[in-house]
Design a protein around this ligand. Structure first.
Ligand code: AVI
Length: 318
């Protein structure tokens, strides 16, 4: 049966965003949340990064989906309310539609215009699925409108986006996902595993500079959101592995001394000073399973690739 979906946009609270950015820029170690990497261009750059030969997570996860599609569907069941957190271009979820046969698909993304475009295409391709798209920031609260069915909720959080939270934030976030499920709900989540540092550097500092552009584009996004006068040419992309925290870090480093001004503030950055823009944590399977348990999930089924680079888990909300 043909069903029409709709887009529900939660308007951004611009005051809260400006306060968050202001505080981040004025902190002794300047730091901006990675969610600000995703404006329209940032989302396109991230989709392009996912096509890079060096960026192993996307293709490795896709291989796991391909190889274990039937087992994954047996574990999750069919006919779910598939809630895709950070849906981007919706391609990953769409590749599972035939196996999972969701009754309702709920893509959620902070990058509203990008999501709107992706959803338009999807409606033509899958007219039998009710699509309810939500433009919202789900990182700090997960309030779903009544239009999202409450039965058989299957939260989909692929690509190791969970790695962009600290482990403490990740546990809290997973707890909120758990709370948004009834006992028939669950979570299908991808997580990047600890591996050789060299592979990580290649993936996060790629040869053609897409990741550098993705990182530097955040400055243009900040100029629009906060009215700063960042010039991307004054900055360079830096990627470093923090072994004690088991994470890749992205930074923007000032190439010369720069003074950045905006309506409510000003900050001088000396040459070599950095803005911390992203963490990407890498887990051992055991550590990640503990995190799922801590959040209240159980009965975990998991799948991995032959190199043990990436893991996909289906966990039940019990
Ligand atoms: C979205 N997230 C899982 C990506 C990652 O690998 O941490 C973002 C990214 N940053 C640089 N390249 C990709």
């Amino acid at each position: 049966m043909l069903q029409s979906g709709f887009i529900q946009i939660y308007h951004k609270n611009t005051n809260a965003i400006c306060a968050e950015l202001n505080a981040g820029l004025l902190a002794p170690q300047a730091c901006i949340s990675p969610k600000f990497l995703y404006d329209g261009l940032g989302s396109k750059l991230f989709a392009a990064i996912c096509e890079l030969p060096e960026y192993y997570p996307t293709r490795t996860e896709a291989l796991i989906f391909e190889q274990y599609r039937a087992e994954i569907a047996r574990s999750t069941g069919r006919g779910s309310t598939l809630i895709d957190l950070g849906a981007g271009n919706c391609e990953k979820a769409a590749s599972l539609f035939s196996a999972l046969q969701p009754v309702q698909y709920v893509p959620v993304d902070i990058s509203v215009d990008f999501l709107r475009e992706a959803v338009e295409c999807l409606r033509y391709r899958y007219p039998q699925i009710r699509v309810t798209a939500l433009g919202m920031d789900f990182s700090s609260a997960l309030e779903l409108p009544d239009a999202v069915r409450s039965d058989k909720r299957l939260f989909f959080y692929p690509g190791s986006s969970i790695g962009n939270f600290t482990p403490e934030e990740a546990a809290a976030f997973l707890g909120r996902v758990r709370d948004a499920c009834r006992a028939d709900g669950g979570l299908l989540i991808g997580v990047d595993l600890i591996k050789d540092e060299g592979l990580l550097y290649e993936a996060y500092d790629d040869a053609i500079g897409l990741t550098a552009a993705f990182n530097l584009n955040m400055l243009q996004h900040l100029n629009r959101l906060l009215g700063t006068n960042f010039k991307p040419r004054d900055w360079r992309h830096v990627c470093q592995f923090n072994a004690s925290e088991s994470r890749i870090e992205l930074h923007l480093e000032a190439l010369r001394s720069v003074t950045v001004t905006w309506d409510d503030g000003e900050r001088r950055f000396s040459q070599g000073e950095r803005i911390h823009t992203e963490n990407s944590y890498k887990y051992t399977p055991e550590k990640f399973l503990q995190l799922l348990e801590r959040a209240g999930f159980a009965h975990v089924n998991r799948w991995s690739d032959p190199h043990g680079w990436f893991m996909l888990c289906h966990a039940r909300a019990v």
